[in-house]
Design a protein around this ligand. Sequence first.
Ligand code: ARG
Length: 469
Amino acid sequence: MTEKPANAMWGGRFAMSPAEIMQEINASIGFDKALAPQDIRGSKAHAEMLAEAGIITKSDAREIVKGLDKIKAEIDAGTFEFSRALEDVHMNVESRLKDMIGAAAGRLHTARSRNDQVATDFRLFVRDAIDGIDTALEGVQRALVEKAEKHAGTVMPGFTHLQPAQPVTFGHHLLAYVEMISRDRGRFADARKRLNESPLGSAALAGTSFPIDREKTAEALGFDRPMANSLDGVSDRDFAMETLAAATITAVHFSRLAEEIVIWMTPQFGFVKLSDRFTTGSSIMPQKRNPDAAELARAKVGRIAAAFQGLVIVMKGLPLAYSKDMQEDKETAFDALSSLRLVMAAMAGMIADLEPNAEAMRAAAGRGYSTATDLADWLVRELKMPFRDAHHVTGSIVKVAETKGIDLEALSLEEMQKVEPRITKAVFSVLSVENSVKSRTSYGGTAPQNVVKMARQWLRRLEKGRGKV
Ligand code: ARG
């Protein structure tokens, strides 16, 4: 049996080809081909710098850049043939370049290693992803704010322990998510700031003896500066961990909103309606309208959090500098980032699509004695009762209503006076859910006038690009 030749890119001292299983476990081309655009950007910047520093000739650099552009076009057109024998995207591209332009291709890898190459490509990829995520999150914020402004006065039950607590407005509830997303965007922006240094020129791990210009490549690739330590340059994956941590927190937020949509959509709640665009039917139960998109948005946090945890575990205890373990950084990160993209798009669509049922929300807001706190506050304000006593009196009044099976509002004045004789008919003004929410005017409270103000403030902030903290 004749042996296949060793890998042409590094096989100089190898007499035999890798075992089939070696190739299979070693190859990353199946997923890292997603880095091709970034790989080509990085290689072009490197080639141009090499020529300007006099390390390769200008004409070789021109050939290289032209060839790389052609390869990019082949990849975009889907005609590029990726080969597993060539392991990864870096060697696939370089090998194709050699087919195209011959000897000059071999000069591209001067003063560079796949270690700083992959670190650069992955950083560029994650940076591109962060930019896309930020735009998408802004879109979700906009959808939420627009709906919130429209429903600033729509009363719904507010819950704690998923038990009716106090009435709130739907607009206020939606704006809570706008705040969360502003922090999410801030976290991605922070990660981007620390990510934005160039590892290119760290070479294998120790730097290089060639007179390279790292400032130049950093600038060409939109990085703020070169990384200051070559060992750190090739071995750092903080940027990916940090981005995945931010993605996980964002996905947690979306899973909470998705869960609420699922609950709100049940016939038992009937708070919102999603159109046919975001629901599915059942193949056996004709009456069903299932919130599949919300359920999937609720579930995607699983794979996103797993990607974060997975990378943390891969990196834990790795000695400096590069180890092949680090090839395991990409596949799940790609999946997590594209999953988040999907979640954000589905959520933006669902938020714009969903219509609250104001009647059902208002009716539910009045159940469960949700204005009991308002009654207690009235006793404190009007009768100068200490809050603890007022809490006790209110508890007794709620018990009377409960025994009769009626709302607080429906109790007669006499019935309340049996518990506390000083109560007057003025108390009825605080027992309706509308008056309850109207009275919550403290900063950050749920009063419709606050919500309108906040929603308008948010619209202005978003217009000015100040939607993150
Ligand atoms: N495919 C590799 C990765 O993703 C590229 C770096 C390979 N470096 C090496 N020294 N074998 O990590």
